[in-house]
Write a protein that binds this ligand. Structure first.
Ligand SMILES: [Zn+2]
Length: 380
């Protein structure tokens, strides 16, 4: 635990974590999310769990802070002490609710991290500001679509004009910050599959119950620790399920499915199975042997949507497949187009370059122990 005091020696900001959370951060700390939805009952201070997702796509808590106020100074203090506790390993990406002071602190303390604004908060704000359900639905579609940036800009201009909101301050402001929320601008930046801070909800649910009936700091800390214990118990159950049971296979690509079932956690396997089912929607339009490199290039089109094409290059030396859709770089799970080419090349397994360790049953195999972290198992 680390804390700071004010001029009167009263508690100002504090943050705590334990060795399991710190060990988890070394495996899954590539993407973090945080918000300050809840305040403690006694002093009204914001409670700020810093969370991520594990190999089962379930929420895990890396640290929790209770801060004096929501100024950029307090957020900077939290992020600075958080990174110090995590052996100065910066996250690749951060997801927040869009608080300006928080944004300022992120830019200052972790300037190289990709930043995404919570899609759930943005949709809610769209409805609150524009007050048109049709606009909110269209805005949400713009936010989530895997368009190119050029396609997004065309669509955005057309939506803004269609709803006649060109001069609305909320629309102008969000148009200017589209690189923080539009999938088109965030593609190829790694966010696992986190689009919103709704993942903080499981922790916030524990806090909501605790804060209803209890008041002291100690009550808040106990509620957080209870929530973390429940999450860890769920992880153990998911570990057991993934390692000791076999999922039902549903395609004729038996070798691929068996290989994936063996290496991936159940949750990742189900996502892979969905990719397996949908790769049949694509066909190879053109095959080009590059003279300048060792790569074979393919142009794929989608069934009934011939205009939708994807370029895939396959490097025979390294068995690397790169697709123009950039889904693998964004969510770290093979895309339908890559899988279609693997099938075409008669592969029966996934090469190591196409397997992200945070999706596998072994993702925590090299996690540091208490001894590696140089701390007692009790507290940071
Ligand atoms: Zn692709």
């Amino acid at each position: 635990m680390t804390y700071s005091v004010d001029e009167s020696e009263a508690l100002h900001n504090h943050i705590w974590s334990d060795s399991t959370s710190r060990s988890d951060y070394t495996c899954f700390g590539d993407v973090i999310a945080f918000d300050t939805t809840y305040k403690d009952n006694l002093y009204g201070r914001p409670i700020m769990p810093i969370v991520g997702v594990n190999h089962h796509h379930n929420t895990i808590v890396f640290a929790t802070a209770i801060i004096a106020d929501e100024t950029s100074q307090s957020f900077e203090w939290v992020l600075h002490n958080f990174l110090e506790a995590m052996m100065n390993k910066s996250p690749i990406s951060v997801v927040t609710d869009g608080d300006r002071e928080m944004q300022r602190a992120i830019k200052y303390v972790i300037p190289y991290a990709n930043h995404r604004l919570c899609s759930w908060h943005l949709s809610r704000n769209a409805q609150a500001n524009i007050g048109d359900l049709k606009f909110t639905a269209t805005f949400s579609k713009c936010m989530a679509s895997w368009w190119t940036t050029e396609e997004f800009d065309i669509q955005w201009r057309s939506v803004v004009s269609e709803f006649n909101v060109e001069k609305h301050p909320w629309v102008i402001e969000n148009g200017n910050t589209r690189h923080l929320w539009a999938q088109a601008y965030l593609t190829s930046h790694f966010f696992v599959n986190i689009r919103s801070i709704q993942m903080c909800e499981s922790m916030n649910a524990s806090l909501a119950i605790a804060l209803k009936h209890k008041k002291t700091y100690l009550d808040v800390v106990r509620a957080i620790e209870d929530g973390i214990s429940r999450m860890r118990m769920n992880e153990l159950k998911a570990d057991y399920l993934s390692s000791h049971t076999k999922p039902f296979q549903i395609t004729k690509l038996v070798d691929f499915e068996s290989h994936a079932a063996e290496i991936f956690t159940r949750e990742s396997f189900l996502a892979f199975q969905d990719v397996l089912l949908r790769e049949t929607l694509y066909r190879i339009e053109e095959e080009i042997q590059s003279l300048s490199d060792e790569c074979q290039h393919y142009i794929l089109s989608k069934y009934k949507e011939k205009n939708m094409t994807f370029e895939i290059s396959f490097d025979y030396r390294t068995e690397t497949l790169i697709c123009s859709c950039k889904k693998f770089e964004t969510v770290r799970l093979l895309c339908r187009h890559q899988l279609h080419i693997l099938k075409y090349l008669d592969y029966t397994y996934l090469h190591g370059t196409l397997i992200q360790s945070r999706c596998t049953n072994d993702s925590k195999a090299s996690a540091p122990s208490y001894v590696d972290l140089n701390v007692s198992p009790e507290v940071m």
